[in-house]
Design a protein around this ligand. Sequence first.
Ligand code: ADP
Ligand code: MG
Length: 683
Amino acid sequence: MGPKRAELLEKNLGIRTYYDLLYHFPTHYVDRTTVRRIADFEGEDMPSVQVRGRFVSFSVQGEGAKTRLVGLFSDGSGVMEVVWFQRIKFLREHYHTSTEYVVFGKPSVFNGRWSMVHPEVDVPGAPGVQEGFRGVYPLTEQLRNRGFSSKTFSAAAAMILGSAGCVSETLPPHVVGRHGLMGLHEALVNIHAPVSTGALERARLRLKFEELFYLQLDIQRYARRRSSCSEGFLFARIGRFFNTFYSDFLPFPLTGAQKRVVREIRADMGSGRQMNRLLQGDVGSGKTLVALLTMLIALDNGAQACLMAPTEILATQHYETISSLVAPMGVNVRLLTGSTRRKARAEIHSQLEDGSLHILIGTHAVIEDDVRFHNLGFVVIDEQHRFGVAQRARLWTKSSVPPHVLVMTATPIPRTLAMTVYGDLDVSVIDELPPGRKPVKTLLRYDEERFATYQGIGRQLRKGRQVYIVYPLIKENEKLDLRSLEEGYESVCDAFRDYRVAYLHGKMRPEEKDYQMQLFASHEADILVSTTVIEVGVNVPNATTMVIENSERFGLSQLHQLRGRVGRGGEQSYCILMTKRKIAGDTRRRLELMTATTDGFEIAEADMQMRGPGDIEGTMQSGVPFDLRIANLATDGQIVQLARDTACEVLDADPLLSAPENALLVRQLGLLSSRLKDWSRIS
Ligand code: ADP
Ligand code: MG
């Protein structure tokens, strides 16, 4: 390829090397095993097809930007137009009426006649012309305009793969042999130009497996290394704080799941190794209490604990819950956020350094540089997905021995994703809700049924219950959204004149937010109109109704989170999804799924199927370590499992990968590490 075209390739697709080219895979394939007759063309949305015949004539038509070259093409059964808008002069001289061609493209009807725009034109049997299945490659508009086509890529791949010794096997024979995988060279040949659908399937399996296998091998190797050498605080004692709280101040008996999880965490803390544990529990499953109990164990061993929350509202709420529970026992709990006043801040800093502060609760403010602990032994991160990896890594600088880390999340993560994103974390799951909870009833209501919705709200208010009404606030639409939020607020105030309405959005000053939230939490306000700032973690058990306006604009996980704000007491709760009547099919499916299930894992799975893993809330930041080229975490669950099992077997047999037959693995991991983001310190 000449320097100009090479530069275009790099600029448009980041392709620089043979490797990049070979791993630029087709997104799908077209069948070029059959030739179609023009007389048989029919329908509005025909697939790309190939036709064999001759050009009858050429003419240049139109003017200016609309100038085009039109070739009349006949295959004996009928005639179609072949149209080009670019490179007219070149093509006019390039194609001849005497030659037989195979023309490949998507037929459509224009001015009452079949036509193909910018098809691929080949001389049958000429070198480089592929029959069989042809790859369709991702291309940019610019590349297309400069004459690049799928053919460019398949020809380049064929050329590279045709030269001897160009590709050496990247998996050792014992792995290839065990699963009967296709060799790398054959797989690459077939991914670009499959000889059959069966071969394509095997090529895909081989390439997906390899990608996931090295990913799992890296994760597992790291996890094993850490668990064998990462020294941590030894918190062997259960003492005064834990025992007093457990016997005298526990607000309700723990659920079985809470007890089990506390035991798991306790065992970790007593092992002498640093704990990195993910605590998954659906909204309302009682994670806060688990966090508190385990923080008390740290206190019993002379250490300080810290709890980080993603928003000020949530930090404040944790602070209030926790300090009211343990203050009577003489535990010193303080709150540190961006809006903590300077004087209080100085006091907190000095108490942290002299060790008299036991539990620090706060937002990102707690990981700022000037916050120094006397003896930080335990960190809880609530709703982890709002904290990036980098922020979490800063925790390690707060203590000479790395603190135990408990990451809590209510966003259920599908198993395949968890195995990848959190592959090196231990996982505890609270799979049981506190007793007496009734599942939230979810209803889909159209905007014109608002009256009925308001009647329902009225019934709840008369029973003394509280109501959330949530509006979307999305960056691109910020101005419009804020207006509809304000209008919504006014119409709610109008409709419910006897009740007090609080009002909250992320653009407000922190004191104002706190004040409004407090109004609702203390039941001075009956209705809270807000944006999604309340999404994460807020706990007002008396609230029984969640109305979500423009629900079609929210993702599944977000809807699930919002719904989790109600159904926290013993009363029957409702979630009303308001939407306009005309919505796209997949949007409707999403909303209907919400009405059909309250199971967070089911919703997370469906969300991943619908949107693909890259978009799942939370994984963007915590991050799959590199972009997968061919494997898909949403649909390749079985291959993920196979790759993980194989990685574990290899490491079980040869933990340091020092055996000669594993030398290749070490080399490949080294090469890959340039593509891996730094994620080794996920917590
Ligand atoms: P989440 O897991 O969503 O953070 P919370 O910790 O906020 O859930 O708990 C949700 C609600 O359940 C709170 O009102 C809490 O007091 C209550 N709760 C927690 N554990 C229990 C329990 N064992 N029995 C009854 N209620 C509980
Ligand atoms: Mg919570």
